[in-house]
Design a protein around this ligand. Structure first.
Ligand code: AMP
Length: 176
């Protein structure tokens, strides 16, 4: 991957200190999303990054994961499966609790969202501690599908989220 290209993306991500809690530096991707050239470049590079994974379904995490996951699914010719916070999905669900960088939460997916053996790519904007992505992987596997990898726009390397995804293919465009 060309470093100059990811430098453009890096420059379009804003650090917001003490959001949503004191001590957290929030990576705000809205400047990148609002810049047509930067957003298109991010999607081109993410699609390139995942091109070899033969993905059937992109499984993306509410809410910023939907932005990248939806666009990526379209680019790579995959379906899209939403993972949501509790109480949002209308049909029968599977659910999993997990720890966050700032708190605890749970994720849910429809029971019939993935067929057994489907090749699923888990997508989110940011990997911090990796807790969310790991919980989603467990849901995917609970449905009998196969996690072919995890793809993120941005990786907060110092939080060592990759460690929690040991055994999985983990790819990110930008690392801080
Ligand atoms: P984690 O489960 O710790 O990997 O957290 C990942 C989720 O929290 C992702 O959906 C991110 O969007 C969000 N997140 C966690 N930490 C940050 C951060 N410092 N900046 C932006 N988003 C974050």
């Amino acid at each position: 991957m060309d470093q100059d290209q990811t430098a453009v993306l890096r420059a379009a991500i804003r650090d917001v200190p003490d959001f949503p809690k004191p001590g957290i530096v929030f990576k705000d991707i809205t400047p990148l999303l609002g810049d047509p050239a930067a957003f298109r470049l991010a999607m081109e590079l993410m699609a390139e990054m995942c091109a070899d994974l033969k993905v059937d379904q992109v499984v993306a995490i509410e809410s910023r994961g939907f932005i990248f996951g939806g666009a990526l699914a379209d680019r790579i010719g995959a379906g899209f499966v939403p993972v949501r916070k509790p109480g949002k999905l209308p049909w029968r669900r599977v659910s999993r609790a997990y720890d966050l960088e700032y708190g605890t939460d749970a994720v849910e997916m429809h029971q019939d969202a993935l067929r057994p053996g489907a090749r699923a790519l888990v997508v989110d904007d940011v990997i911090a501690t990796g807790g969310t992505a790991r919980a989603v992987s467990h849901l995917v596997e609970q449905l009998g599908a196969h996690v072919v990898g995890h793809a993120f726009l941005l990786e907060l390397s110092f939080l060592q989220g990759r460690g929690r995804l040991a055994g999985y293919e983990v790819r990110s465009l930008i690392r801080f």
